[in-house]
Design a protein around this ligand. Structure first.
Ligand code: PLP
Length: 282
């Protein structure tokens, strides 16, 4: 497969990542995962815009414009004949002698992108999945899509060891988000999801969800909810680029409602599928 390395399309085997790349040593960088359906980018511009915003918030200037990056990514999709999958994009502060201080201004950020084939998790989306709850031990800038994912990894690992799909994190009982997804609940037909503050990543899928809900007459409010409220909710579901819209049917071994994916979640799955078809023509 081909990859993008610092603005050029090359063979994966041809690239060299320096051992003093600040991404490698400090996790000093940001990333994005963009879904490719039918050979087309889904919400590509939104992801690239967020990449730029994440980078700026840690004082990294992305050396390419959105349209330059988009063109590179489209070339990559074409070269790798990617039909259904993801593109991973990462930008770090670059290579310099190890030092906590930022390097001098002439050090250029490292930019890589590569593709991977992936299918939608259709069976899980139909049946729903179990989750656990867990204290959110992350920092206070979860709105930045930073490479520093250690707390997220620990959370996901714990979920997996409990036979669960996701760890739903909370700060002293207020639910924030999953380890790699946003979480919403449905109570009396109304959808609730945490507001886009510093405590969550403002998921692109979450933003699509807000949009398709409002356009189709579903009430959705950006308001935090407690673990207790979530356990008593009619429906709970996740949203994310690879997760799509995923029903949660059990939390901490307690069934949510009757333990089946609910009608609002199913309706949102259909609306989300329509949105994919509209953008990627699948
Ligand atoms: N929250 C976290 C912590 C994530 O890592 C992700 C994505 O991987 C999301 C939410 C969902 O964001 P998006 O819909 O942009 O993929």
């Amino acid at each position: 497969d081909k990859v993008i390395f610092n603005g050029r399309l090359t063979e994966r085997s041809q690239i060299n990542i320096d051992l003093e790349d600040r991404g490698y040593q400090f996790g000093d960088g940001v990333y994005e995962v963009i879904r490719v359906y039918n050979g087309s980018l889904f919400t590509g511009e939104e992801h690239l815009q967020r990449l730029i915003e994440s980078a700026e918030s840690i004082q990294i200037k992305v050396p390419y414009s959105i349209s330059e990056m988009k063109n590179l990514l489209l070339k990559l999709i074409e070269e790798n004949k990617l039909f259904s999958g993801i593109i991973y994009i990462q930008i770090t502060r670059g290579v310099s002698q190890r030092n906590h201080l930022f390097p001098s201004a002439d050090v250029v950020p490292s930019f890589v992108a590569y593709t991977r084939e992936l299918q939608s998790p259709t069976e899980a989306m139909e049946k729903g999945v179990p989750a656990i709850t867990l204290e959110d031990i992350r920092w206070l800038r979860c709105d930045i899509k930073s490479l520093n994912l250690l707390p997220n990894l620990l959370a996901k690992q714990k979920a997996s060891e409990a036979g669960c799909f996701e760890a739903l994190q909370h700060r002293s009982g207020t639910v924030t988000e999953g380890s790699s997804s946003n979480v919403s609940i449905v109570v009396d037909g109304k959808i609730k999801t945490h507001p886009a503050t510093n405590l969550i990543l403002n998921g692109i899928t979450r933003q699509v969800l807000l949009d398709i809900s409002r356009k189709n007459g579903l009430e959705i409010i950006e308001e935090a909810f407690s673990v207790e409220e979530m356990l008593q909710a009619d429906e709970v579901f996740l949203s994310g680029t690879t997760t799509e819209i995923m029903p949660i049917i059990e939390i901490d071994k307690q069934k949510i409602a009757n333990g089946q994916p609910g009608p609002v979640t199913k309706q949102l799955q259909v609306l989300f599928e329509d949105k994919i078809k509209e953008q990627c023509g699948l």
